[in-house]
Design a protein around this ligand. Structure first.
Ligand code: THU
Length: 140
């Protein structure tokens, strides 16, 4: 994916982060998921007083998209950091979110884009973030 597209996706993730609901961790995450036909679904983390029902930004974006019928994805941008502060460190997706990606994305193709600012952007293939991942192919 070209750099301009990555920057656009990172900007969408930064916007998505503004809606994060984080009264417990005060750690706000935003994600922007790009479909093969060029649509962007945004997601933020949503916490719960019971803690375990918390949904990460990445899964919010995936579940929004999948529930609208989307099944083909190219990349996701993720940004996170302390609430009320600009992003300054990379925010890699948790293991549960990497596992959810395995169901809908080709691990050799799907890109996870992380940014610590609009200038520092790094991208990884899902297969490198979840080596030897268990996916739908293991059940066929
Ligand atoms: N979080 C995400 O939204 N995505 C990640 O990949 C890492 C963690 C959220 C969950 C929780 O609301 C807060 O960040 C602190 O863990």
């Amino acid at each position: 994916m070209d750099l301009n597209k990555k920057i656009e996706l990172v900007k969408a993730a930064i916007e998505a982060r503004n809606a994060a609901y984080t009264p417990y961790s005060h750690f706000n995450v935003g994600a922007a998921l790009l479909t093969k036909d060029g649509k962007i679904y945004k997601g933020c983390n949503i916490e719960s007083a019971a803690y375990t029902p918390t949904c990460c930004a990445e899964r919010t974006a995936f579940f929004k998209a999948v529930s609208e019928g989307e099944r083909n994805f190219v990349a996701i941008a993720v940004v996170g950091g302390k609430k009320d502060e600009p992003i300054s460190e990379l925010c890699p997706p948790c293991g549960v979110c990497r596992q959810v990606m395995m169901d809908f994305c080709d691990p050799c193709e799907f890109e996870v884009i992380l940014a610590s600012s609009k200038e520092e952007i790094k991208s990884f293939k899902l297969k490198d973030l979840l080596p030897l991942g268990f996916g739908p192919g293991n059940l066929s």
